[in-house]
Design a protein around this ligand. Structure first.
Ligand code: NAD
Length: 350
């Protein structure tokens, strides 16, 4: 088992990584939420049907709450239903919410935990690669609004995160690819970006990404500074996913991040921040993670720009995290014409 501390001053916790760490759930709850007498387990139907799921339940008297699949289920409506179910089942503030699933489940269950009785502890059992390398760690919880991705939420740190790599055995090829999308992002936050992390055993792949995220989160819990770098390749990604709500594109988060990383490199090149070779490196690294950087057919440039202007990083402007001479950093006040030209270069609107 690999243990990575998230060294926050007020709410430090650990991320446990390994092929059987789900069996640590009882110990973790006894240690971190000792007053819990009852658990609300939030998951999805498909996960509840997997054989190991039943092993999690004897931890405490538990009630299982199923939420829907897909980004449309990441909504205020789902959170309201969960909170009402928590109240109906008598979940006290001293009890515990256990989120079992990918980033969608941990984001939604974490947000419901953040507001149930104004803050109830929760533990994430991350069961997708994307959840393990990124979403389950760092305390960003929330939901989508019809206006865009992740626009409502709260910072609410989990009491612990379990990344049981054995649970990844049932993931589809597409979900593995989504996880590699976030791993490609981490490649650009270190020195000498490449895809060699894929040569490591899966536990070490997850641990290396979690360690990078834990460092950024511990240094900047509320994203007032360096944590924003974790948004590299996310501004266009969120806009593409938002278009997906209308059925224009059926893109998953990690797939959208892969496209958005190459878009960010092209935009940085247009702004004179990096050269052609660095753009080519982005393309090579994304391809090395076996991901495509092609914009989906039908991507509407004007709507993408409008969605990017609503991004959380923006301050009434277009703001991106971009590569440059000093590495990846936040760049504000970008001209919409440059964004549109970069999208056109990638074939948008054709
Ligand atoms: N909070 C954060 O810091 C953060 C970071 C990155 C992404 N996210 C969010 O994470 C979400 C994407 O997460 P995701 O990619 O994990 O998708 P997801 O949670 O939608 O899961 C993808 C699919 O895999 C299924 N699944 C989960 N575990 C499984 C398993 N072990 N075996 C078989 N199937 C399994 C789910 O039921 C679902 O159908 C997005 O909403 C994104 O915004 C949050």
């Amino acid at each position: 088992m690999i243990v990575i501390p998230v060294a926050l001053q007020d709410t430090p916790y650990e991320v446990l990584i390994g092929p059987a760490v789900r069996h640590e759930l009882a110990n973790v709850i006894a240690d971190r939420v000792p007053d819990a007498a009852q658990a609300a387990v939030v998951t999805q139907r498909a996960i509840a049907d997997i054989d190991w799921f039943g092993e999690l339940l004897p931890v405490l008297p538990s009630r299982v709450h199923l939420i829907g699949d897909g980004e449309a289920a990441k909504s205020m409506g789902t959170v309201e239903s969960l909170c009402r179910e928590f109240v109906a089942s008598g979940l006290a503030r001293t009890d515990v919410v256990i989120a079992v699933g990918g980033g969608l489940v941990t984001d939604v269950a974490g947000f419901a935990a953040a507001i149930h009785h104004r803050g109830t502890q929760y533990v994430n059992v991350a069961t997708t690669l994307l959840g393990q390398v990124d979403a389950a760690v760092g305390g960003k919880t929330g939901v989508n609004l019809p206006e865009g991705k992740n626009l409502a939420g709260a910072f609410w740190q989990p009491a612990a995160v379990l990344c049981d790599t054995a649970t990844l055995g049932t993931l589809s090829a597409r979900e593995w690819a989504c996880g590699r999308g976030e791993m490609a992002k981490y490649a650009f936050l270190g020195s000498a970006p490449d895809a060699s992390i894929l040569d490591l055993p899966i536990e070490d792949q997850v641990a290396r990404c979690v360690a990078m995220k834990a460092d950024l989160v511990a240094a900047d819990e509320r994203e007032d500074g360096r944590r924003v770098l974790l948004n590299y390749g996310h501004t266009l990604a969120h806009a593409l996913e938002a278009q997906g709500f209308d059925g224009v594109a059926d893109l998953r988060h990690g797939e959208a991040v892969a496209i958005s990383l190459v878009f960010a490199a092209r935009l940085a090149r247009r702004l004179g921040r990096i050269d052609d070779e660095r753009v080519a490196l982005h393309r090579r690294v994304v391809a090395g993670f076996d991901l495509t950087a092609d914009l989906p057919a039908g991507a509407d440039p004007a709507r993408l720009v409008a969605a990017m202007a609503r991004d959380k990083k923006a301050r009434h402007d277009l703001t991106f995290v971009l590569d440059g001479p000093a590495g990846v950093e936040v760049v504000r006040g970008i001209d919409a014409a440059d964004v549109l030209a970069t999208l056109a270069e990638m074939g948008a609107g054709e």
